[in-house]
Design a binder for this molecule. Sequence first.
Ligand SMILES: Nc1ncnc2c1ncn2[C@@H]1O[C@H](COP(=O)(O)OP(=O)(O)OP(=O)(O)O)[C@@H](O)[C@H]1O
Ligand SMILES: [Mg+2]
Length: 263
Amino acid sequence: MKKLLDIKKMRVSIEGKIIVRDLTLAIKPGELHVLMGPNGSGKSTIAHALLGHPRYRTAATRLRFNSKDIRKLKTDARARLGLFLGFQYPLTVSGVTLANLFSELTKKNRPRNKKLLHLTLASRMATEQREAQDLLRAAVTGHMRELALPEDMLYRGLNDGFSGGEKKKAEMLQMLALKPKLAILDEPDSGVDIDALKAIAKSIAAARKVGTAILLITHYQRILKYLKPDAVHIMVKGKLVRSGTAILAREIEKKGYAFLQKK
Ligand SMILES: Nc1ncnc2c1ncn2[C@@H]1O[C@H](COP(=O)(O)OP(=O)(O)OP(=O)(O)O)[C@@H](O)[C@H]1O
Ligand SMILES: [Mg+2]
């Protein structure tokens, strides 16, 4: 099977300081890869660099997504190719609601309604608005129910006053609505209660069902109780030091990261 994400010898630096070096990693369509590592080892840096964050300087022998060289592409172009990032610390955007966001996202795919052409401008706009709302509901309300998010959250500013767990769930909701080819999820399981953890694991499983590959950044193996990873990678001080199976995550939980350096 061809590679969906193909990274060869990537280096990432910020303000002249090299944070990630010599990163080689390949993810095939639909796979679930887990990335673990101590605080400050460079996990979020990789996530941001892959999305083309302008603060990071990236150099790589190869950086392909879905067979396309993305090294020169801006963030929006990378997102349009099907790359998604669920943030470790989602930002608040007070003036934009989730409903605004989703209706923009679904606009492109909205079918043209011929009947509407014969209506007056005012009623056409009202009908279009209603249709947009119906589409929005169809796309997200099922997922909102599963995530135990109240529907009125769609009409509040994005992450505005959301609790920590609600923010993480809102990131999941965006992933489920967008159906990206690859979702990089940066600690979706940090700071969430046990029911939220289950709901988030369920969302990840649901995304995988529709073909989304996942790069899951986490500190805990507890989320892996619900998910079956294809690979687990350990990063220490900006370098991938070990790759293995779910067993590796359990070993880390028991012994900490120090045992890797002893070998
Ligand atoms: N502007 C900067 N100048 C120097 N170092 C920086 C700068 N920005 C980030 N760093 C450093 O880069 C390192 C990697 O940070 P990163 O956020 O990628 O870690 P992480 O593995 O995601 O950690 P955590 O598990 O705590 O989320 C940290 O040591 C951080 O202090
Ligand atoms: Mg991080």
